[in-house]
Write a protein that binds this ligand. Structure first.
Ligand SMILES: Nc1ncnc2c1ncn2[C@@H]1O[C@H](COP(=O)(O)OP(=O)(O)OP(=O)(O)O)[C@@H](O)[C@H]1O
Length: 258
């Protein structure tokens, strides 16, 4: 593909749902271009429509207005160039770690030898060597999310969507997982669209943070984050940005709650 062109283009996207009281506008005229191998974070309050945006990108939700293009061509529903890591792990409970990670390549008919090699590579990469035969119920929440990440990468998508994957983890595990995701992305690249309502997480991971307004979601502001990786959470630059974005979001919440 043309490397100077965005890999994902969302143009004037709006989304409404039919509710008992009429039509509810959830996303209002959002336009975003995402470059190949960019790590983009969608940051916003709860219920502002972030998951709905990801679902539209994944082809799991229809678009009311606007277009989404992948590599310059309009997207038509589910697309194998896109993989997803969910809020809750969504692993297959009856399959082992290996079974879950190799699921995508197996479904595509890749030979056992090749898919096992590949799955093993990603299992090792997320730090689960030795747990191949374990079932999800035998693993902690953080380990289950590692399996989810390995499964997404092993399916070889060009774009990985991550929907608040660490929202249910305790703070310590969450920090560890953020470090893992950052390391894996540095090594493997891929275009990542990551949803969170945690500002530190956003600043730790993002090349660019897109701040969404409360419902209906539109773009409030974008920040390009040029801080060196891995990010130092207590550097003056990191803390200044954290303060600036927090103040912006709190100001907006103050306005909408007034
Ligand atoms: N199928 C649906 N029908 C009607 N309303 C819906 C539907 N799906 C989502 N919504 C509404 O859209 C709004 C945005 O939901 P969404 O899950 O996208 O937000 P979010 O920002 O991801 O929230 P959170 O951070 O809490 O996960 C909510 O008010 C939700 O109730």
């Amino acid at each position: 593909m043309d490397r100077t062109k965005p890999i994902i283009e969302l143009k004037n996207i709006s989304k409404s749902f039919q509710t008992e009281t009429g039509e509810a506008l959830i996303i209002d005229d959002v336009t975003i271009d995402i470059q190949e191998n960019e790590f983009v974070v969608l940051f916003g309050a709860g219920q502002c429509g972030k998951t709905t945006m990801l679902k539209m990108l994944a082809g799991l939700e229809s678009i009311s207005k606007g277009t989404i293009s992948l590599e310059g061509k309009p997207m038509k529903g589910f697309d194998s160039r896109i993989g997803m890591v969910y809020q809750t792990t969504a692993l297959f409970p009856w399959l082992s770690v290996m079974g879950n990670v190799e699921f995508g390549p197996k479904a595509r008919g890749i030979s056992k030898k090749k898919r096992r090699e590949k799955a093993q590579y990603y299992i090792d990469l997320v730090g689960l060597k030795g747990f191949e035969k374990h079932f999800p119920s035998m693993l902690s929440g953080g380990m289950q999310q590692r399996v989810g990440i390995a499964r997404a990468y092993c399916d070889d998508p060009e774009i990985i969507l991550m929907d608040e994957p660490f929202g249910h983890l305790d703070a310590q595990t969450r920090y560890m997982m953020e470090e893992e995701v950052e390391k894996i992305w540095e090594k493997e690249k891929r275009t990542v669209v990551f949803v969170t309502n945690n500002i530190e997480e956003a600043l730790y991971l993002a090349d660019r943070i897109i701040i969404m307004t409360e419902c209906p979601a539109s773009i409030m502001k974008e920040y390009k984050i040029d801080l060196p990786r891995p990010r130092d959470l207590v550097s003056p630059e990191f803390l200044a940005l954290r303060e600036e974005i927090s103040a912006l979001v709190e100001l907006r919440e103050g306005v909408t709650n007034a």
